[in-house]
Design a protein around this ligand. Structure first.
Ligand code: UD1
Ligand code: CA
Length: 458
């Protein structure tokens, strides 16, 4: 039977000292709860129920691909799982329960947990870890035969239990019926006055049901996030995990500690990523590209052999061999066709720059369609906004825009046409024509000498 997962994300996360719910905090551009849901999905579990509470709407919006249920009062992890009971009414297959604040858990680990639960035919299989400093974790209690008999929370430890090194990771696989039947019997008679999910383990063992445990190979996967210090620590681990995957696949990073890459980014072979660069969201980079230093790319595609230096790219597509920067700002809807170039201090928004075309210096191109082989001179600008509406500028193939041209949209520059430097062009320029709009230059002969003479007289 297909497994379902319950992700617990109702906690407030007081220790984050934040107006944002804890699980909404991001690592590498991805919210904590999203890492967990993606790991669950990666383990082949399709149906996911997310338990939300504090900041529920905000959290639900981060996991629109899951069913959300609300835990009204935060009465403990057992109560949180109970909140999902209604949604899972009638389901009697395996239920994987995961906390929403453990972003390091790997899909393979969840799949192995599920596999172990299946082969043991257990009522509950839990994930454990041997953690050097187990403070704060629930401890696994075993009998002389080595069977798990229960879990004791840190605050409820007695005597020798404090020495137990095996910890509860907070990730379990239950048989649905055993889980929900036991949850009806737990009580808040403990040090924290909470309904503990962990109490289900002793109840199941007590009634003779099988409880098994799988120890994590890498205890590091159990790291949760309770503070911003832990958020940064977990971020560093995920950063290394992602970067190592890319380096082993043929990407060069001159200093991987200074490169931050989101989990869904893809990068081709022999691409070089320089320091102080972040690549996030739905970003894809081809082979042999050179990105950074000092570059921020989100939701963008960069073609093979392209160069992006010290620039910001959001929602753009850069063709093969195109060249960007230094200091360019490319905003959503921008397309740079193959071999084109956008140079320093250039901003482009919702525009296409055709094949081999160049906008090399100090320009703003907004809502423009630029053909191939066009040169846009330094300081040229599209005046695309009249204060109420945006208008398009069209520049046909092979046109030459003189430096400091104001293109007052809507306006079209024909194929092979040119504009005179310093012109404010408000009317279309036909193909092959020169559009020039400036007063005649007048030279005043002998002016400098006359001025000097006038000053000498003072
Ligand atoms: C829990 C386990 C502990 C384990 C540890 C691992 C219990 C009682 N204890 O403790 O054995 O070692 O995780 O990290 O389960 N949550 C809700 N609603 C609630 C309470 C919690 O949704 O009413 C969510 C939190 O948002 C969080 C998760 O459940 O994502 C775990 O809750 P938390 O309070 O952090 O449990 P721990 O004390 O860490
Ligand atoms: Ca916790």
């Amino acid at each position: 039977m297909q497994a379902v997962a319950i992700v617990l994300a109702a906690g407030e996360g007081t220790r984050m000292r934040s107006s944002l719910p804890k699980v909404a905090h991001e690592v590498l551009g991805v919210p904590l709860v999203r890492w967990v849901v993606d790991a669950v999905r990666g383990a082949g579990i399709e149906r996911v129920v997310t338990v939300v509470g504090h900041g529920g709407d905000e959290v639900s919006a981060l996991v629109p691909d899951t069913e959300t249920v609300v835990q009204n009062a935060r009465l403990g992890t057992g109560d949180a799982v109970r909140a999902a009971a209604g949604a899972l009414e009638g389901f009697d297959g395996p239920v994987v329960v995961v906390a929403g604040d453990v972003p390091l858990v790997r899909p393979e680990t969840l799949a192995a947990l599920l596999g172990s639960w299946r082969s043991a035919e257990a009522a509950c299989t839990l994930l454990t870890a041997f953690i050097p400093d187990p403070t704060g974790y629930g401890r696994i209690v075993r009998d002389d035969a080595g069977s798990v008999t229960g879990i004791v929370e840190q605050k409820d430890l007695t005597g020798a239990q404090a020495a137990i090194a095996e910890c509860n990771v907070g990730i379990y696989c239950f048989d649905a019926r055993s889980l929900f039947e036991s949850l009806a019997h737990i009580t808040p008679a403990n040090a924290q006055g909470e309904y503990y999910l962990t109490d289900v383990v002793a109840l199941l063992h007590g009634q003779g049901s099988r409880v098994t445990a799988v120890a994590l190979d890498d205890a590091g996967e159990s790291h949760g996030v309770n503070t911003r210090v832990q958020l940064a620590a977990v971020g560093r681990i995920l950063q290394r995990r992602v970067n190592e995957r890319h380096m082993l696949a043929g990407v060069t990073m001159t200093d991987p500690d200074l490169v931050w890459i989101g989990p869904s980014v893809t990068i081709g072979r022999d691409t070089i990523i320089e320091p102080m660069t972040t690549l996030t969201g739905d970003t894809h980079i081809g082979d042999g590209a050179h990105v950074g230093p000092g570059t921020r790319v989100s939701d963008s595609t960069i073609g093979a052999g392209a160069t992006v230096d010290q620039s910001v790219l959001r929602g753009v597509r850069i063709g093969e061999g195109a060249c960007v920067g230094p200091n360019a700002f490319l905003r959503p809807g921008t397309v740079l066709e193959a071999g084109s170039r956008v140079g320093s201090f250039v901003e482009v928004k919702n525009s296409t720059i055709g094949e081999g075309s160049k906008v090399p210096h100090l320009s703003y191109m907004g809502d423009a369609t630029i053909g191939s082989g066009v040169n846009v001179g330094a300081g040229s600008i599209t005046c695309n906004y009249d204060g109420r509406k945006k208008h398009r500028t069209v520049i046909r193939d092979g046109a030459f825009i003189g430096s400091d041209t104001m293109l007052i949209a809507p306006v079209e520059i024909g194929e092979g046409a040119a504009t005179g430097a310093g012109s404010a062009i408000a009317k279309d320029v036909p193909a092959g024509a020169l559009g020039i709009e400036r007063t005649q230059q007048r030279n005043v002969e002998g002016w400098a000498e006359r001025r000097k003479a006038a000053r000498d007289d003072e």
